[in-house]
Ligand binder design. Structure first.
Ligand code: SF4
Length: 372
């Protein structure tokens, strides 16, 4: 049976992890840019959902859809795809492929069809699966998040309990790379329950790794209140990165409270200053246009963005109401002229990156290409 993976840039790391899990069961996922026989697998997010769901609806092969959008909207997606993986795919996808190969209509935990969902019956232990194999990817060291930021799909897909790959497993897989980069919702939570850092676990990991360690920077980030003198001492001692990436999201404490972020503006300011004290460049994420943001809230966000831009780099994107989150279905509020001017000016100066245009515009632009 030929099994294909509909390649998209956004799902590159999922492709690496799921390809490795499937390889263990004898299935090779060949990358394709269009559906192909016998089976084509998709990972769908909210930006590419329109394009990929149209493609699936027209496909002449068996289709399997997963990813954040498919997990959140599995009933809708099951109207066009033959099978929908709801949540983690490392166990469900190979089990489903085996069932398809054997014939009939397999019923696999964590998989939905037009006839309904078979509930998930396990969570994935990271050590039980390779992070990559013939398709290279970053090493996922932690999964799950105890926070519940109301715009974020992560805890809704992977749960609130943090799970970690063991140091032995990370060391084993790190031998394939000279530059070591990791996937985690909060690098400084490695080894902990996600609410308080356990720096001794992180140091234990660093001591065992050889190569250039990039930690708390692309493709992972950290939470601002986890940034401390001790944590940054560890990073400057053992790691190669010159930047630390964390989320502020808003310059208004009132908005942070409503989002359930679990930190304050003061934590963001402290983290920026600590990074500079340690010779590291802070890269700070913001989201503009939350539905409940007042003009004053957005003005406070502009003030904080300008302050951070003087000391580091800013990454901005427009609020997108992701399905499966408490803010699903809400609309982004418009940007103030002052906000538009500030973001444009900082972008021209090279202090700010991101995409703050209307998500609909962004979606339509992407829809013209097949590398989505
Ligand atoms: S934004 Fe980060 S901290 Fe908040 S729920 Fe998502 S992964 Fe967790």
């Amino acid at each position: 049976m030929n099994v294909n993976w509909r390649f998209t840039s956004a799902s590159r790391n999922s492709y690496a992890a799921l390809s490795a899990a499937c390889e263990n069961q004898g299935f090779i996922l060949d990358p394709v840019r269009a559906p192909a026989d016998d089976v084509t697998c998709y990972s769908i997010n909210s930006i590419n959902a329109g394009t990929l769901l149209d493609e699936i609806a027209e496909a002449g092969c068996i289709t399997i859809a997963g990813g954040p959008h498919a997990t959140a909207c599995y009933r809708d997606v099951a109207r066009v795809a033959d099978y929908v993986i709801v949540g983690e795919g490392e166990y469900a996808l190979p089990a489903l492929l085996s069932g398809i190969e054997e014939g009939g209509s397999p019923r696999v935990p964590g998989v939905a069809t037009k006839d309904g969902l078979v509930p998930q019956d396990r969570t994935v232990l990271l050590d039980a699966y390779p992070p990559f194999s013939r398709v290279r990817g970053y090493i996922e060291i932690s999964r799950g998040c105890p926070f519940g930021c109301s715009y974020c799909q992560t805890p809704r897909i992977f749960g609130h309990a943090m799970r970690h790959r063991t140091i032995d497993s990370i060391v084993r897989w790190s031998r394939s790379y000279r530059d070591l980069r990791f996937v985690t919702p909060n690098a400084l939570a490695y080894g902990s329950d996600g609410s308080e850092p356990r720096l001794e676990k992180i140091e234990g990991l660093f001591r065992r790794l050889s190569g250039n360690i990039y930690f708390g920077t692309f493709p992972s980030e950290v939470r601002p209140e986890f940034v401390s003198d001790e944590a940054l001492d560890l990073i400057t001692t053992y790691c190669a990165n010159s930047k630390i990436h964390f989320g502020a999201q808003s310059g208004s404490d009132q908005v942070l409270d409503r989002l359930g972020r679990g930190h304050s503006i003061g934590d963001v300011v402290d983290a920026v200053e600590l990074c500079r004290d340690h010779g590291l460049t802070p890269i700070v994420d913001f989201i503009v246009g939350f539905p409940f943001e007042t003009d004053d809230d957005q003005g406070s966000t502009c003030d904080l963005i300008a302050w951070v831009a003087d000391r580091g780099q800013v990454h901005v994107h427009r609020f997108i109401p992701l399905p499966g989150t408490p803010l699903a279905g809400r609309s982004a509020r418009p940007l103030l002229p002052r906000t538009e001017r500030l973001l444009g000016k900082l972008s021209l100066k090279g202090r700010l990156t991101g995409s703050w245009s209307d998500p609909e515009t962004r979606f339509n632009r992407r829809k013209r290409g097949n590398d989505i």
